[in-house]
Design a protein around this ligand. Sequence first.
Ligand code: ARG
Length: 454
Amino acid sequence: MREGRFDQPAADLARRFSASVEFDRRLARYDIIGSRAHATALAAAKIISADERDKIDNGLREIQNEIDSGKFQWDAALEDVHMNIEAALTKKIGEAGAKLHTARSRNDQVALDLRLYVKDHIGEITTRLKQLQRAFLGVANQHVDLVMPGYTHLQRAQPVYFAHYLLGQVEAFARDVDRLRDCLKRTDVLPLGSGALAGSTIPLDRQLLARELGFASVSENSLDAVSDRDFAAEFLFDLALIGMHLSRLSEDFILWSTSEFGFVEFSDAFSTGSSLMPQKKNPDMAELTRGKTGRLYGNLMSILTTLKGLPSTYNRDLQEDKEALFDSVDTVELALDVWSAMLPEIKINRERMESAARDPLLLATDVAEYLVRKGVAFREAHALVGRLVRRAAELNVSLDNVSPLQMQEISPHFDVDLAQVFNVRRSLEKRIAVGSPSPQNVAARLEHWRKILL
Ligand code: ARG
C-alpha cells in the first residue's frame, strides 16, 4: 500500500500505534463475505472475468478455512484485517487478487464489515434475550400462586405474586428485543459502493451487492455512508440498557439471597466460596453481572466521544469504534447466558416469601381503600389509617389486632367487616385493572408470553 508514494517505511512505533489486526480480525468472516460479493459485482460490471471471480471466490474460501483451523498467519505489519486478507489472497492467486480492491476503499469495506457484525449479533442477543425470558416463564410457572411483599424504597409496601415480579422482568427484556429490532432497521443498510467517500468512476450494481449480502436497502449518500456509526452507537446504547436491566435483576436476587431476606438461594454451581470464611456462599455471578454494567456504559461513552468531533467522512479515529463494540457484545452475550443457566437453578424459599407477605402492614393501603368505599375521602382515609398504624405500634399489636373499640376511637367507619380486608389473597383478587397483579391477570399474562415464547 505504501509502494509508489513513500520513500521510507513506516516507523515501528507508528505501526504499533495504528495496527488493529489484533482485534479487528474478528471481522474476518464478514470481510470475506463482503469481498466475495464485491467480486461478483466486479464480474457483473465486466471489470474482472468470470474466471477471475471464481479464483477470488475459491481463494477467499480457502483463507476462511485457514482462519477457522488457526493456520492463517496474521501479520501486524499489514495493519488490519482487510489488508491481511487481501495480501494473503494475492499471494495465493496472483493478479486476480490484486484486482479485488477496484472501486472499493477500506472505508466502505470496514463500514460494511461492521454492519454485518452488528446485524449478526443483534440476532445472537435477541435469541439470548428470548432464552432468558423463557427461563423467567419457567420459574413463574412453578410458582404461580406464590405471594411475596413488593417493595418501594426497599421498604415493604404491598403484596404481589412472585410471578408478577418475574413477568415484569419478561416485559423489560421484551423492550430490549424491540429496541434491537428497531436498531436493525438502521443497521441493515449497505454502505459498500461508497468508496473512500465519493463512490467510484467504475459504478457497481449496488442492488446486486445488497441482495448478495442480505441488506434491506442501500445507503443514499457516500459521504454519510463511510462516516456513519450511528448504528454502532445505538447498538451500544441498547446493550447498555440490557446491562442495566440485568444489573437491577442481579441486585434483587443478591438482596433476596441474604440471610436477612432469605427468599432465594443460588445453586452451588453458580456460587463462589470465600478464601477466608468457610461458611460463605457468595452470589458472585450476579455481582459480576451488576459490575460489568460499568464497562457497558463506558463503551457507550467511548464511541459517543470518539464520534463527536469528527469532520465529515472517514477519519482514522473511527478505528476506535471496534474494541468497545466487541467488548459490549461479549459482555452482554455471556451475562445473558449466565443468567439463563443460573435462574432455573435458583432455589425459591416459598415459606420465607409467604411469611414476609403475611405482614398485615402490607394491607394498610387496602384499609384506606376500605374507608374510601364507606365514603371517606382518600386523603382523610390515609391519615386515619396512619393513626391506626401508630396506635397498633403503641399497643404493640399487629394492625389486624387492634380492638373494635380502639379502632372506632379513630373513626366510626371502622367496623367488624374490616377483618375481611386482612387477607392477602383477597387483596390480590381485587387488583383487576390492566397491569395489576390479580391472579387472573397474572395467569393471562403468563399465557400471553407462553404463546409468544414457547
Ligand atoms: N482499520 C481501519 C478501521 O478500522 C480500516 C479503514 C482504514 N482506512 C483508512 N483510510 N486508513 O477503520
